[in-house]
Write a protein of this length. Structure first.
Length: 299
């Protein structure tokens, strides 16, 4: 009996090893992809800092260390930081779009294209995506408000960071947040990373992992927490649609809400309205999805 038990344990261990290896490989590779793009944006920031310092050094005739101190005030202004955000996001997007196309985009089958045309490229899915983006935006506001209640100082620091990063020019902020960021982040997260994770994990696990990684990608824990719901929703949309295009649209619509909500009456920015909007959007999405139950349609 002992020999049989030992043999079973040995076979179980041998079967588990490839599975564990695959899981580790999937997660490590996904974090490597994310780290590569975070590193790229950091390199752009360092290059910009050195470039400005070198310009100050050439202009004043001082050495680089003094020039870095002299230029530090300028490099923390909203105009410089917003321009840097646009430049870093645009360059990252150039690489992410290219890599996504080379690795996955050009491998689309005729069946994938037909599915996208017949099931996704319709009015109803995009209405549902738009409503979901609005609801998730207000969910994010509620999460941010909860963080503010728990730690006002943390939220104040986060708001200052956002003001410094995107407060220099409204046009550049729109370009960075509404156009460049959705394209860049979707090609990375729902393109390269989600596609990689699908080789190793089931759909629910893929959605959870890539949502958590999406939070980490933002490099601050406040934003990292409140983007988890939209990250999960974007992962679901990517899997259901077999494409990053609906995700880019949903992400764009979601980010645009921060600019649109600033134009709305003050009441529309309250906790009560946020709860109401999130619930209404959830009910509408549920109802529209229920209509498709049993049909082979996206939704």
């Amino acid at each position: 009996m002992t020999d049989i038990y030992v043999d079973k344990q040995y076979r179980y261990q041998r079967e588990r090893e490839p599975l564990i290896s695959k899981i580790v490989e999937g997660i490590i590779l996904s974090f490597a992809i994310m780290g590569m793009f975070i590193g790229l944006q950091m390199m752009i920031s360092v290059a910009a800092t050195l470039g400005v310092s070198a310009a100050y050094a050439a202009k004043t005739g001082c050495d680089m260390q003094i020039a870095m101190l002299l230029s530090a005030k300028f490099m923390t202004t909203g105009s410089f930081m917003t321009g840097l955000t646009v430049a870093a996001t645009a360059i990252s997007a150039l690489f992410s779009v290219s890599f996504y196309w080379m690795i996955w985009g050009r491998k689309k089958t005729e069946a994938d294209r037909q599915y996208f045309k017949e099931k996704v490229l319709k009015e109803k899915p995009f209405i549902m995506i738009s409503i979901a983006a609005v609801g998730l935006y207000y969910v994010a506001i509620l999460i941010a408000e909860l963080i503010n209640v728990i730690s006002p100082a943390t939220m104040e620091s986060y708001n200052e960071l956002m003001e410094m990063s995107l407060g220099g020019s409204e046009i550049l902020a729109l370009l960075a947040a509404v156009i460049l960021a959705p394209v860049n982040e979707e090609c990375i997260m729902r393109g390269l990373i989600l596609k990689n994770l699908q080789k190793f994990f089931s759909t629910p696990v893929v959605i959870i992992i890539q949502a958590v990684m999406f939070g980490i990608f933002h490099m601050n824990w406040v934003q990292g927490i409140y983007v988890l719901p939209i990250g999960a929703a974007l992962g679901y949309v990517a899997i259901k649609s077999r494409s990053v295009f609906p995700c880019i649209y949903m992400h764009l619509f979601y980010n645009m809400m921060s600019f649109v909500s600033a134009l709305l009456p003050k009441f529309c920015q309250t906790v009560l309205f946020s709860v109401f909007a999130a619930v209404v959007c959830a009910v509408v999405i549920w109802y529209m999805g229920k209509e498709n139950y049993g049909k082979n349609e996206f939704g």
